[in-house]
Design a binder for this molecule. Structure first.
Ligand SMILES: [Zn+2]
Ligand SMILES: [Zn+2]
Length: 226
């Protein structure tokens, strides 16, 4: 039995206590709302709804929502959630997502929530899929893990150049033909924890299109600012 369970916990950002995994002050301070591209959640200024890149080459998702920019303290918090199976953080990050404008509505209208699948190899290394943990908190009863498949193991995205990344993602996801009909004409939320280049999310959303959903909203906790 872990001692921590019997002690008040400290905020992982400011170390104040007693607090839940992250204290309310820190969440408020570090989750300042930002105007973002409707299609890829890139931070935008100047009133445009869609960024130049999405105008030139529209992504396969119809909308993209993100809670925070991927920078301190979220880099550390998300690493804790991703690699240390910190379930307290899962609850807090789910709550942060729900407070993000548009997220509660997107989830309320979703027929299915699809966590980004890990490859069998990565799942075996880590023991759990962090996006599935989040999905279960955000939309219990509507989580689908049996439609979108990771067909190929890819190297960590940060390890490659843009060209190598894009190439390695070709065919990395596919839809199970036996289940695809379940999503036809339905609204789907595709959930991932971090979006860096967006290449993985695009590849996953592109594969999901084969199931002919009426709408795909990509939902991520954090996204890089460029
Ligand atoms: Zn704090
Ligand atoms: Zn965009």
């Amino acid at each position: 039995m872990r001692l921590q369970r019997w002690l008040p916990s400290r905020c992982q950002i400011c170390h104040a206590w007693p607090a839940s995994t992250l204290c309310d002050d820190c969440i408020t301070q570090f989750t300042q709302w930002q105007f973002r591209c409707e299609r890829c959640a890139l931070p935008l200024s100047g009133g445009a709804k869609v960024c130049g890149a999405c105008l030139r080459d529209p992504p396969p998702m119809d909308a993209c929502l993100c809670a925070v920019t991927y920078q301190w303290p979220w880099t550390e918090c998300i690493a804790g959630f991703k690699f240390k199976n910190d379930t307290g953080l899962a609850a807090t990050l789910a709550e942060m997502l729900l407070r993000t404008p548009g997220v509660a509505a997107a989830l309320a209208h979703a027929d299915a929530v699809v966590p980004l699948p890990l490859s069998a190899q990565r799942l075996a290394e880590r023991g759990y899929n962090q996006s599935l943990l989040l999905a279960r908190r955000l939309a219990p009863g509507r989580v689908r893990t049996d439609v979108l498949m990771r067909t190929r193991h890819t190297l960590p995205q940060h390890a490659k150049t843009r060209e190598q990344r894009l190439k390695s993602l070709i065919g990395a996801f596919s839809v199970d033909p036996a289940r695809a009909g379940d999503l036809r004409g339905h609204r789907v939320v595709l959930l991932d924890d971090v979006m860096t280049t967006g290449a993985t999310l695009r590849a996953a959303a592109g594969a999901l299109r084969a199931a002919e959903p009426s709408h795909i909203t990509a939902l991520v906790i954090a996204r890089t600012g460029n």
